[in-house]
Design a binder for this molecule. Sequence first.
Ligand code: ATP
Ligand code: NCN
Length: 210
Amino acid sequence: MVNVLERTDTKVVEQLAATVGKKRIGIMGGTFNPPHLGHLVMADQVLTQLGLDRILFMPDATPPHVDHKLTIAAEDRVRMVADSIATNRNFGIELSEVQRGGVSYTYDTMLALKQRHPEIDYYFIIGGDMVAYLPKWYRIDELVKLVQFVGVKRTAYPVQTPYPVIWVDAPVLDISSTMIRNRVRQGQSIRYLVADPVADFIRKRGLYRD
Ligand SMILES: Nc1ncnc2c1ncn2[C@@H]1O[C@H](COP(=O)(O)OP(=O)(O)OP(=O)(O)O)[C@@H](O)[C@H]1O
Ligand SMILES: O=C(O)c1ccc[n+]([C@@H]2O[C@H](COP(=O)([O-])O)[C@@H](O)[C@H]2O)c1
């Protein structure tokens, strides 16, 4: 019997070995002001449906394309993300944007991460509604070569996009950080809309009251 490997180009074998050993990591970028169950459900659905190795939640420093000023410190947002994901060993936190500071352009971050970890394939997760805005992202044509975008459907039909996006269907939870901040301001319950330690932290620190 002929040994297949004897006939196979060594370069192809090396490339295959590199792909087989590659880790596949999802990056869930956001402001997380505060993190809520919509974020957690979305991350878990992408993790399990695409069979990724891990999801890293990545709080931004200053979000691109957002006018409002952040009212709470990055450390508080990081703390709430850490508390939200503590019970899931497949979830972790990526701090490069808050450590770098300034406007958190995804291209800058993912270029640095790819240079540090060429062995990892990154999947950048965004809400389905955001897919329509990808053409406005900083250096998007280069960014799509660094990461695979994953859009989580929030409406019945995926929006059209000229960029490669993997679509994942997930239960639609009509929760946003804006809604959580408004509810706290109005004295309404946020129980079961955010993780329990996040609700405690918001209450103890008196966040979002005015
Ligand atoms: N309920 C949800 N279902 C699916 N995706 C969501 C949901 N809420 C937020 N996302 C997505 O999560 C990512 C991070 O979102 P972000 O931290 O800005 O939260 P947000 O709830 O959209 O905040 P805000 O209300 O302050 O704009 C974005 O890609 C956003 O589209
Ligand atoms: O790099 C960009 O131009 C860019 C434009 C819009 C959003 N993003 C990133 O997308 C993620 C979700 O954004 P947002 O505004 O919904 O929190 C967050 O990680 C942002 O840094 C990035």
